[in-house]
Design a protein around this ligand. Sequence first.
Ligand SMILES: Nc1nc2c(ncn2[C@@H]2O[C@H](COP(=O)(O)OP(=O)(O)OP(=O)(O)O)[C@@H](O)[C@H]2O)c(=O)[nH]1
Ligand SMILES: [Mg+2]
Length: 221
Amino acid sequence: MEDHLMKILIIGDGEVGKSTFVHRYVKGKFNDQYRMTLGVDFALKVLQWSEKEQVRLQLWDIAGQERFISMARVYYKGALGCVVMFDVTNKSSFHHCHNWKQDLDNKALLPNGDSIPCILLANKCDLPERAVSADSIDEFSKANGFVTWMETSVKENKNVGESMRRLVQEIMLVQSCMDPLYTGRQVTVNPQLDSELDNSRGKGCCTTKPQPETNDKPART
Ligand SMILES: Nc1nc2c(ncn2[C@@H]2O[C@H](COP(=O)(O)OP(=O)(O)OP(=O)(O)O)[C@@H](O)[C@H]2O)c(=O)[nH]1
Ligand SMILES: [Mg+2]
């Protein structure tokens, strides 16, 4: 059995549903109580990827409240993929995704200098009071180099597993392009060993980073 280890970040503003998403994905349950994450929480999910491959996801659920943001960046190193989440009923949480993604691209790069695969999740789509249109999410997603975007409802279990599978699929593709012998073993996800990650490997064979289609980026409000 081939074993892949992946450090995945879950980032976005406070109260958008990151911890609830991780809880749903790992435990299969919905938490309706908000308990602010302090710093970072960890969770592990094992996926049977194929008959011969198993993927162990180490999920780093990063606190989104303003007071923790500078600290959040410390945790980015060594990540192979990222979820950026916002709340569709909260416009500013959508606008702040620009800052989250930029921060990520400054701190967590692949050995060949490309951005790590990242998906954009528009959470709480079960709620009626939408503040962000699908068109603007789509435009923003394309302009900012996201692999894709999806509407999710952690409450109704909509697109939780599907979005993670899409992200893992992209990570597998990117890793295999960079290193045809990729097995995941070189990826150390132990926080203590982060500083020992080998970033010295050369340029890969493929570029997956989409080019911006517009300069119309939302700014932090
Ligand atoms: N209606 C609805 N509520 C949701 C959904 N996902 C999460 N919530 C609620 O949103 C609130 C905040 O969720 P959390 O997961 O704690 O938020 P967070 O993004 O981890 O916040 P920080 O830890 O502060 O960064 C909780 O009360 C959840 O129950 C959803 O899909 N629909
Ligand atoms: Mg949280």
